[in-house]
Design a protein around this ligand. Structure first.
Ligand SMILES: Nc1ncnc2c1ncn2[C@@H]1O[C@H](COP(=O)(O)OP(=O)(O)OP(=O)(O)O)[C@@H](O)[C@H]1O
Length: 238
């Protein structure tokens, strides 16, 4: 379970903020973090991963600070955690040294399935190939929490569908998955819950089944979220 309480994140060099009053992501949920460019999606994922300071509030993963749970977390992002001079093969060895649960065989299978050159330096890869490599690494970590920032960036449509299928089929179903994306059509049938961030605040948090019962699509919900004013129950930090 991921829990955020009164999380306040500000950047000193801009007036952007993220404020989350109370958010609980239950174990096993697949959650889409959606919203316009610059709305705060990546900032939210980074706050969960403990990347960068938060001004106040707390984030707990199964009741513990994220720093005590890193072995159980995979953060898949375009920025990548690979070292650019490494090849995928070397990167796999490096990850195996750091993550006790890392499954080298599964990693090699994924690298082959994504048709990534295992002995070429990662710095020569395209954007789509780099994020594919990060997905291979993230899935092979056998993490309980998969936090993915734009996992479809730089991919063509066939590659996106293939990637999505592979990602889902590589999961046991017990993982908690958070992903940001702008490709709402692709993920509507994949996520259980949609959290819509607008101007640094969570404006909508809805289960997809409830959304469908109300006859709404993700596109409708996102449009509504933009118009909503912040919830009156929000306690603004002093
Ligand atoms: N390191 C930083 N320093 C200053 N401002 C930042 C920094 N990182 C992000 N921001 C600002 O915080 C806001 C939220 O950015 P964030 O990257 O979380 O948005 P996003 O929803 O992930 O956007 P996108 O869909 O474009 O990736 C933006 O206004 C952005 O300019």
């Amino acid at each position: 379970m991921i829990e955020l309480k009164y999380v306040d994140k500000r950047y000193p060099s801009s007036n952007a903020l993220l404020y989350v009053n109370n958010l609980t992501i239950h174990t096993g949920e697949v959650v889409g973090i959606l919203g316009d460019n610059g709305s705060g999606k990546t900032t939210l994922l980074k706050a969960i991963m403990g990347i960068g300071e938060i001004q106040s509030g707390e984030v707990k993963i199964d009741g513990k600070p994220v720093t005590e749970q890193y072995e159980r977390m995979a953060f898949i992002t375009e920025e990548g955690s690979f070292l650019p001079d490494m090849t995928p093969r070397k990167y796999g060895q490096f990850l195996a040294d750091f993550f006790p649960r890392f499954d080298q065989t599964h990693y090699t299978e994924l690298i082959e399935a994504y048709e990534l050159p295992s002995d070429r330096r990662i710095k020569t890869f395209s954007k789509g190939q780099k994020i594919k490599l990060e997905i291979c690494a993230g899935l092979a970590k056998k993490a309980d929490y998969l936090i993915m920032d734009e996992p479809f960036v730089g991919k063509d449509i066939f590659s996106r569908r293939d990637s999505l299928k592979r990602m889902i089929s590589g999961l046991t179903g017990d993982e908690t998955v958070l992903l940001t994306t702008h490709l709402i059509d692709e993920i509507e049938n994949v996520i259980d819950r949609a959290i819509i961030v607008h101007k640094g605040l969570i404006r909508t948090d809805i289960y997809v089944d409830d959304m469908r019962e109300q006859g709404l699509s993700l596109a409708d919900v996102m449009l509504e979220a933009r118009k909503k004013s912040p919830s009156p129950s929000i306690h603004w930090p002093n």
